[in-house]
Design a protein around this ligand. Structure first.
Ligand SMILES: [Zn+2]
Length: 225
């Protein structure tokens, strides 16, 4: 049991390392601290949602009623999910998704709604907390009161403004690497408001292979039926 657990961790590390190696030019600069952080952050999140989401991802619990989101990029495009819900690196306590994306990739609305926040004046980013205030973001409110956030967008890369009504699949921004981030990607998150305030939630997505709760280190293609 313990050996199996350690093996899983080692395999995950190897996979993530491989992805970082392939996807970065300045490998030596980023890779070492990244690996150290990965190892250091291997303790598992205590969030009670974590085991529930795991069961959804594996199909042990069936969810046939919740809203089906579109992947937040253009139809026909495929992106690697680098981190999933409660991943051990920087999503330890976050029900968030990180899609690896070159700067300037078109980000689309995963669900229709009204834009409630746009920040696009951030002009820098990097793997340091000091960059956090520079993270550009668009937040869209949906008809059921949930909200989706799209992070790390390109400087002046927003195509929408607060108050705009957005269709599902509409291009809303260009992706980037602003804020607290190691590499260019889109950080996507959905929240729901309840008596305890805003809570992050996992959502279903339409993929080429059907409707799924996404899992890390897999590639997902946006194809609508
Ligand atoms: Zn993230």
């Amino acid at each position: 049991m313990i050996q199996a657990f350690i093996l899983t961790i080692v395999l995950k590390l190897a996979l993530i390392s491989a992805v970082i190696f392939v996807s970065m030019k300045k490998t030596s600069l980023y890779f070492i601290p990244f690996l150290i952080l990965l190892i250091a952050s291997c303790s598992v999140s205590k969030d009670p949602q974590r085991s529930y989401i795991k069961k959804l991802q594996k199909g042990i619990i069936k969810d046939d009623t919740s809203y089906v989101y579109h992947l937040p990029y253009e139809e026909g495009k495929t992106h690697l999910l680098v981190q999933g819900y409660f991943s051990k690196f920087s999503h330890k306590n976050r029900a968030a998704l990180d899609f690896k994306m070159k700067r300037g990739t078109k980000v689309t609305a995963a669900r229709e709604g009204v834009v409630v926040r746009v920040k696009q004046d951030g002009d820098r980013g990097g793997w340091n907390k000091k960059y956090r205030p520079y993270g550009n973001v668009i937040v869209i409110q949906h008809s059921d009161g949930t909200r989706a956030g799209y992070w790390h967008l390109q400087h002046n890369g927003a195509f929408v403004k607060v108050g705009d009504t957005i269709k599902q699949g509409q291009v809303i921004a260009l992706s980037g690497k602003t804020g607290y981030t190691l590499f260019p990607h889109l950080h996507f998150i959905v929240w729901r408001s309840d008596s305890n305030g805003w809570r992050q939630v996992a959502t279903r997505f339409q993929t080429k292979e059907g409707v799924k709760f996404l899992r890390p280190m897999r590639r997902y293609s946006n194809k609508q039926p």
